[in-house]
Design a protein around this ligand. Sequence first.
Ligand code: ADP
Ligand code: TRP
Length: 327
Amino acid sequence: MKILTWFKPTADQLHIGNYLGAMKPLMNLATAHPHASINLFVASMHAYTYDSMHTPGAINANTLTFLKLFVASGADLSRYLIYDQWHIPEHTQLTRTLTCLSHMGMLERMHAYKDAVAKGKANEISVWVFLYPVLMAADILLYDATHIPVWQDQKQHVELARDLAIKVNNIYGDVCVIPEPIIGTEIGTIPWIDGRKMSKSHNNFLGLLDDEETLRSKIKKISTDMKTVDEPKDPDTCNVYAIIKHFLTSDEQENLTKRYRAWWLSYKELKDYAFETLWKTIKPIQDAYHAMDDSTILKVVHQGTEQAREYAQKKIRHINAAMGYHT
Ligand code: ADP
Ligand code: TRP
């Protein structure tokens, strides 16, 4: 079993949504599949499809921040082959071949492009927003990955990778491994106080690197209903609960929801508890992050990229030979 997964270095600050929705699932993957090899690549070419990532150095800096926080959160990097696709030109090379096998109609059905068309923005997106499902197929097929963990939104892209692999095999013989999606159970969206997704924009996030005071004051600002201390409250509609439940054991969740439904739980007390709960998780991550040496992480990426590139080069040679282009 060879699992292939990724992170997209688009964020210069990571928040608890990224921690729960991206880092934790990556760690769980290693635990759930102890014997699998796991390719974890930096989707830097995908990140570059965002206009905001055109600032020199941004993608590298974000990559380092992600990996340092990933390790600080408890990840064991030795469980993954970590590499940056930017430095492996074979990704582009295979993409080029695959684009010739992809029809416009196939790509026009891909959701990112369809969304842009629906919003009347098709002329404003970069060409690679249209093409990135093919780059994704190349990311997968280049390494003979057998399993791709994705949420529902990326399933369509793994299907495209399968279709392209089958097409290549039909023309050139058994060259590509046909990948299988593993559809993960989503933790759901971690909301911000207004019910929208917690995200970096508009400063609406609880950051993994927020200091104690910033975190406390952001939690204080989480909006709640106007119920007074002596009224029972509903955890299921409470923004504070929606955030902190992910950091509580099931016993703690049960105790807290009982307290909501009874009396004498003030929102002030609840927010103090939310702060303590989050800080207990975040503080050790910050301590580990600040103690970490950048060069150790950079070395892991560098070595991983060399190893991955060797694999990719062999694969391209194999595909070229099957196509009749011997070197
Ligand atoms: P994008 O959502 O465009 O992929 P982000 O930087 O917003 O990029 O998030 C990276 C990953 O972190 C997402 O794919 C998702 O898994 C996770 N994530 C981000 N925000 C949240 C959130 N509010 N709730 C749950 N998961 C989140
Ligand atoms: N396109 C994916 C995203 O936007 C990231 C991605 C790039 C990916 N290449 C991949 C996912 C290969 C799975 C396999 O989140």
